[in-house]
Ligand binder design. Structure first.
Ligand code: HEC
Length: 125
């Protein structure tokens, strides 16, 4: 149900952008400002803080999964393997959610990512 809803929600954005929103440099840059304002208190991009590092997340989740979690952390924390949910729902515009998700995903390891050890900074679930 959540997945179906999500794919319906995500489709127009990808089409409008004429490509993939999660690789758009403008969105990634906006995502960094969202991070500074709304996520930095609990997340560090590269090492575990209160929440898992973005590098850890990006190496395990798709952009759509990251987007979905920002929209509804309480609904998804169990299926992601967390014993409890500590991340609140943060009111953001759709553009800000895409931007934040693109920023998180930009820390993925591998050829196009920023590299590094994906196991460094994980949630240890
Ligand atoms: C109050 C602390 C807090 C804030 C603020 C917060 N997070 Fe989180 N986040 C967490 C914690 C803790 C988890 C681990 C799961 C949980 O407790 O819900 C998490 C999990 C996540 C996950 C899912 C990880 C997975 O396993 O799939 C994503 C994605 C994420 N956060 C992104 C963000 C973004 C982007 C922001 C800012 C818009 C943000 N978080 C703000 C604490 C926070």
């Amino acid at each position: 149900m959540t997945r179906l809803l999500l794919s319906i929600l995500l489709l127009p954005a990808a089409v409008l952008a004429g490509g993939t929103w999660w690789t758009d440099p403008d969105r990634i840059a906006l995502g960094e400002t969202v991070f500074d304002a709304k996520c930095m208190g609990c997340h560090h991009p590269e090492v575990k803080a209160f929440g898992p590092s973005f590098r850890w997340i990006a190496s395990r989740r798709t952009p759509a999964e990251i987007y979905a979690y920002i929209v509804s952390p309480a609904a998804l924390s169990r299926e992601r393997g967390y014993a409890s949910n500590s991340m609140p729902h943060i009111p953001l515009t759709r553009e800000e959610i895409e931007a934040a998700a693109a920023y998180v995903y930009s820390f993925r390891s591998g050829r196009d990512g920023r590299g590094g050890d994906p196991d460094n900074g994980g949630a240890g679930k």
